[in-house]
Every structure is written in structure tokens, then in C-alpha cells.
Design a protein around this ligand. Structure first.
Ligand code: NDP
Length: 454
């Protein structure tokens, strides 16, 4: 049997890579992890965490607007972009340190630098060469920007957290998670935001009612949403300080200080020499893996955004734990991709679990729908016109709740709990016999009695 330096060599120190390295080391494996940048990957450095912090920052604007209705008289509120950036940077730096500490405490060897595969069992980082029984590629993804005239003028989400100057006018291209979240954030922070989406709706893949409702609410909150619209070019006509001119295909022009392209993400597989080592990639450049995260080379595995269909941190974490269990445990842990709850941290939030109405109609012979739209108690005094939308989709034959959707305050927090019930097979009858918590928004999920017509 060949002697390797390590039992597992992980390439990439993001959510999936760090979790796999730690768990494997805790099970007694000899583990190394290579990372060329800060630990924590997209989620910690330029994704979930800073995005949620900025979303909280934006939320204060709503609170200030609502406060007088509750008797508070406030002075003039002024937002300081530099303070937010500095505080975010400090917190992210703290988290980078925690990730390093966790790896260290687990006994993982951290290798700083860009790693690439030399063969099925060898990783090279700079001039050092490491052999391993198993190699895990967990290099994540990066933003994708399509070809367009003026591409050099546009930003991607990674750069938005640290823009030198706050963009008073921001154009966002795309209608997915990132486009919608950034639109809400910068709108809340005081920018004039225009969102340009090529489809007739935002959030492809989400329930149609949710998509429509969210666009309406974001529009009411001040985001200028241009649907069925495409960008033809981006140009800066005068000096470097001049605004950008975004030309739409239909001829309109929008001036902007910053243009953000949030048009999807692609797997980070370039420069890893994967194909040279025999690792097959798909047409998107993602590592092709089987149900056990094994690539076309039996000793090389991949998980998270570099290979998965679901680009979500908790999915990468679950995949990491299943893989480590398969390699160093009893192999009993599996990831079930059904009913993965997800949230979009727009203002208001979107939370969803299970099927959309269209998917449910395809899968089940008959579905029963319940929905509710209302102004929450909070907004009776706040003066805001924001409304909340809830929807349940029930397989009529089994009475099981197969889809649950919410556009409203803290939808991510609310849907997380309902996701447990749905995975446990909850029926509409279970929802109906559950006592509500009053007065909450979420209680409406257990008090919807009348099905929608049709
Ligand atoms: P998404 O795939 O969610 O959205 C991409 C958007 O860009 C879509 O609206 C798409 O249009 C549009 N688009 C794609 N190509 C072009 C093009 N050439 N020209 C114009 N528009 C285009 O990607 P994101 O970048 O927003 O996010 C990537 C992934 O990261 C998400 O899918 C999600 O899994 C994850 N994520 C999760 C978050 C969370 O959990 N809260 C937050 C942020 C990201 P169309 O509608 O036609 O497809």
C-alpha cells in the first residue's frame, strides 16, 4: 500500500472545505488544507455574512421611517459608508481567525497558497508537493459576467462590500438572489437603485406568486425594477470620475455611479489542472461527481459550489459531513436534497421550502392551495404600506404540505422551523391542529382554512 503524507488533502478553505477538513481530522485522519486567500470562502468573506450585515444596516432605514408612528422623535439620521465597511472588515477578520483556530485545534495542516493537482494523489502548492490518499476539491465559485461592450466598467458582488465611494445611483443587472438582495440593501442604505432583469419576473425558479409579490413590494420600497430589459452596453463617456451610461436594448439610458452584474456564478476550476489529472468537468466547468461526491478519478472528490446544483452554504456543509462519514466513518450519513429551505434576504425577505405551485401541479394529480396576504400588525402604526404574503401547497391526495412560501419579515427565520415539519411529512391537518402563537406573522401558516379557488 502506498505511503501518503496525508489521508485527505482539501483544496479550498470555504464552508465545505473547512468543514470536511475539521471533521476528518477529528476522526483521526491526517488532513491538510490549502487556501490561497482568507479562510471562510465566499460565505464569510464576500457572501452570506457581509451581505446579512449590510442587510441589517439597510433595515435601520426602515426602523427610522417607522419610529415616529410609535412615538419616537428622531434627529436627522445620517449613514456613514466608511464606518459600516470598517466594522464589517473587522468582523470578517475575526471570523477568518476563528476558522484558522478551528482548523488548528483539529490538527489540520494549513498550507497557504494556490494548489493544483499533479496527479490523482499529488497536490502541488508553490514549490511544495503533498501526497494524499484522498483529495477534495472544494474551491467554490466566482461571479459570472457575460460579454458586453463596456464590461470593464462593471462590478461583481465581491467588490460591492468595499466600494471606495457609496454609489448614489446603482444599476444592478440580473434578477436572482444576489441582484435582489443587493437591490434591497443599497436601496435601504439610500442609493437610487435600478434593477434590470431580462425576464418578465424576478427570481427564476421561485413560485410565480412569490416572484410577482416580491417585485411589487421592492418597487413600493423604492427599487426601480425594469423587467424584460437587457443591457446593450455600459460606457463612461468622459473622465474617470464621470458617471457610467447604461444603454438598454430598447434604447433607454440610465446614469449610474456603479453597475453591478449579478448574473450568476461559475465553478472555480480554472488553474487547478483538474482535467490534466483526468478529472472530468461538465459544460459549466463544474467537477462531475457521482452520488458520493467522487469525480471521474476515484481518489478525487468535489463538493459545494464547485460541483453542486445547489449553491448554498448549508448544502456544502451537509455534503462535507456526508463525504467525511463515507471516507472515515460508517458511511451512514446521506444528503437529502428534497425540501431544502432557502431564503432571499431582500426587504421584505423571501423564505421558501419545497415545491412551487407549477412543480407541484406537474408532480401531483391534484393540489390544494392556500394563501394569505395582509398588512402585519407592526405596520398598523408604523405607517409603512408593506404587505406580507404566505402560500401553502398541499398534495390533495395525501394532505401533505409540499410547498411553503413566504414574502415577509424574517421569512428565513420562519421557514426554517416549518422546513423541519415538512421533512417530517407534515400534513395540512397537522398545520390546522397546531396552535398559533399570537400575535405573530407566522401563525397565519396554521390558520389558513379556505383553499384558493381553482
Ligand atoms: P442566480 O442564478 O440566482 O441569478 C442570476 C440572474 O442573472 C438571473 O436573473 C438570470 O436571469 C440573470 N442572468 C444570467 N445570465 C444573464 C445574462 N447573460 N444577461 C442578463 N442576465 C443574466 O445567480 P446569483 O448570481 O444571483 O447567485 C448565485 C447563486 O448563489 C444563487 O443561485 C444561490 O444559489 C446562491 N446565493 C444564495 C443566497 C442565499 O442563500 N440567500 C444569496 C446569494 C447567492 P434568468 O432569470 O433568466 O435566469
Amino acid at each position: 500500500m502506498p505511503i501518503y503524507n496525508f489521508d485527505l488533502f482539501v483544496i479550498g478553505g470555504g464552508s465545505g472545505g473547512v468543514r470536511a477538513a475539521r471533521m476528518a481530522a477529528q476522526r483521526g485522519a491526517r488532513v491538510a488544507l490549502a487556501e490561497a486567500a482568507e479562510l471562510g470562502g465566499t460565505c464569510v468573506n464576500v457572501g452570506c455574512i457581509p451581505k446579512k450585515l449590510y442587510s441589517y444596516a439597510a433595515g435601520y432605514a426602515e426602523a427610522f421611517e417607522e419610529a415616529p408612528g410609535y412615538g419616537w422623535q428622531l434627529g436627522e439620521a445620517r449613514f456613514d459608508w466608511d464606518v459600516l465597511k470598517a466594522n464589517r472588515a473587522r468582523e470578517i477578520h475575526r471570523l477568518n481567525g476563528i476558522y484558522g483556530g478551528l482548523l488548528d485545534a483539529a490538527g489540520v495542516t494549513l498550507v497557504n497558497g494556490w494548489a493544483h493537482l499533479e496527479d490523482a494523489h499529488t497536490v502541488k502548492v508553490g514549490t511544495s508537493r503533498h501526497t494524499a490518499r484522498h483529495i477534495l476539491v472544494a474551491t467554490g465559485g466566482r461571479p459570472f459576467v457575460p460579454e458586453l461592450p463596456g464590461r470593464e466598467h462593471v462590478q461583481v458582488s465581491d467588490a460591492m462590500f468595499d466600494l471606495p465611494a457609496f454609489p448614489k445611483r446603482l444599476v444592478i443587472v440580473g434578477g436572482g438572489y444576489i441582484a435582489c438582495e443587493f437591490a434591497s440593501i443599497f436601496n435601504g442604505l439610500g442609493a437610487q437603485v435600478t434593477l434590470v432583469q431580462r425576464q418578465a419576473h424576478l427570481l427564476s425558479g421561485f413560485d410565480e406568486d412569490v416572484r410577482e409579490f416580491l417585485a411589487r413590494e421592492m418597487g413600493k420600497a423604492g427599487v426601480d425594477i425594469r423587467l424584460n430589459a437587457e443591457v446593450a452596453s455600459v460606457a463612461r463617456s468622459r473622465g474617470t470620475d464621470a458617471p457610467l451610461a447604461v444603454m438598454l436594448s430598447r434604447g433607454q439610458q440610465i446614469e449610474a455611479d456603479t453597475v453591478l452584474y449579478a448574473t450568476g456564478r461559475v465553478p472555480n476550476t480554472e488553474g487547478l489542472c483538474l482535467e490534466a489529472a483526468g478529472v472530468a468537468l461538465d459544460e459549466r466547468g463544474a467537477v462531475k461527481v457521482d452520488a458520493h461526491y467522487r469525480s471521474s478519478v476515484p481518489s478525487v472528490y468535489a463538493l459545494g459550489d464547485v460541483s453542486t446544483k445547489m449553491q448554498l452554504t448549508p448544502v456544502a456543509l451537509a455534503e462535507a459531513m456526508a463525504l467525511v462519514d463515507a471516507l472515515f466513518g460508517d458511511g451512514k450519513r446521506k444528503v437529502d436534497y428534497d425540501c431544502v429551505p432557502t431564503a432571499v434576504f431582500t426587504h421584505p425577505n423571501v423564505g421558501t421550502c419545497g415545491l412551487t405551485e407549477a412543480e407541484a401541479r406537474k408532480k401531483y394529480e391534484k393540489v390544494t392551495l392556500f394563501s394569505s396576504e395582509f398588512k402585519t400588525l407592526r405596520h398598523t402604526l408604523s405607517g409603512r404600506q408593506e404587505r406580507t404574503f404566505l402560500k401553502l401547497i398541499v398534495d390533495t391526495a395525501s394532505d401533505r404540505v409540499v410547498g411553503l412560501h413566504m414574502v415577509g419579515p424574517d421569512a428565513g427565520e420562519v421557514v426554517q422551523g416549518f422546513a423541519v415539519a415538512m421533512r417530517a411529512g407534515a400534513t395540512k391537518a397537522h398545520f390546522d391542529t397546531t396552535i398559533g402563537i399570537h400575535p405573530t406573522v407566522a401563525e397565519e401558516f396554521v390558520t389558513m382554512r379556505e383553499p384558493m379557488p381553482g
